[in-house]
Design a protein around this ligand. Sequence first.
Ligand SMILES: [Zn+2]
Length: 67
Amino acid sequence: MEEKVKRIGEERFLVKSDEDDSKYYEVDLALPFCECKGFYYTKKPCKHIKLARDALKKLNKHTGHRT
Ligand SMILES: [Zn+2]
């Protein structure tokens, strides 16, 4: 099974769309930014940004990385 969240950069992720399995939204946690319509209209952290944050937290836990 494919991962729902893919890391593509230091704080950049691709998060799979719930509506379309072939679509990924690009998320940048540094800004934060997401290219989905929900974020575009509300400018509030959407579910993709939250998923990416969770993924980053888990990754940092696994590697013991500290900021
Ligand atoms: Zn989004």
